[in-house]
Design a protein around this ligand. Structure first.
Ligand code: FMN
Length: 201
């Protein structure tokens, strides 16, 4: 007799399984494991109540849904930017280009108030600061939030965005890399079907 798997209610912890699961892996090992999963690098920005721009380096950005277009980012509950993002109800995701490792470092350093000094940006309504030179960006209205461990999952509905193009910055095994040679490798190439579904603008 087959039994339907029970699906927990949205946002609920899977309490039974959580209790019976073995001890969690340590955070250093978890970081090392996840470090082998290459990601892009973004600066997630918003505007504070007093109009001050805030932003942090984040690589936990993932697309969630196409219709409506949803994206998520996991932000530490210790983040000094989190309050402004939640209060603003909107944020922007800036995808950094290959030459922008210094920007990623600047926006990852703790409690810096000078992150936006010498950085050219435009504040987009319904989002946050969009950084000049980003290879792509999107503005998002806050759609849902979920508490998850020591992070908050922010799901944003994408209102606007553009891909200016150019090679993205990549983060893997704790290092910033770029993709400048990837197009020359055998087997590499674009998959236009994935980039642009038929009928999409
Ligand atoms: C490559 C990289 C990716 C990061 N990704 C995230 C992330 O997804 N979420 C997060 O909360 N912090 C992330 N961080 C750490 C934050 O950038 C860092 O803690 C920053 O100081 C937070 O700034 P804030 O406290 O002013 O918001 C990342 C750091 C690096 C270097």
């Amino acid at each position: 007799m087959s039994r339907e798997p029970s699906i927990p209610a949205m946002g609920d912890a899977v309490s039974g399984r959580e209790r019976s699961s073995p001890a969690a892996v340590g955070s250093a090992r978890f970081r090392r494991i996840m470090g082998h999963y290459p990601t892009g690098v973004t600066i997630v920005t918003a505007v504070g109540r007093d109009g001050t721009p805030v932003g942090l380096t984040a690589n936990s950005v993932t697309s969630v849904s196409l219709d409506p277009p949803l994206v998520l980012v996991c932000v530490s509950e210790k983040s000094s930017s989190l309050g402004a993002i939640l209060a603003n109800g909107a944020f922007a995701v800036n995808i950094l280009g290959a030459g922008a490792a210094a920007t990623a470092v600047r926006f990852a350093e703790g409690r810096r108030t000078d992150r936006f000094d010498d950085v050219a940006f435009t504040v987009k309504e319904g989002g946050g600061p969009v950084l000049e030179g980003a290879v792509a960006w999107m503005t998002c209205g806050l759609y849902r939030t979920f508490e998850a461990g020591d992070h908050v999952i922010l799901v944003g509905k994408v209102n606007d965005g553009e891909a200016a193009g150019g090679d993205p910055l990549v983060f893997v095994r704790g290092r910033y890399e770029d993709l400048t040679t990837a197009g020359d490798r055998p087997g590499s190439g674009h998959c236009d079907g994935l980039l642009q579904p038929p009928g999409d603008q």
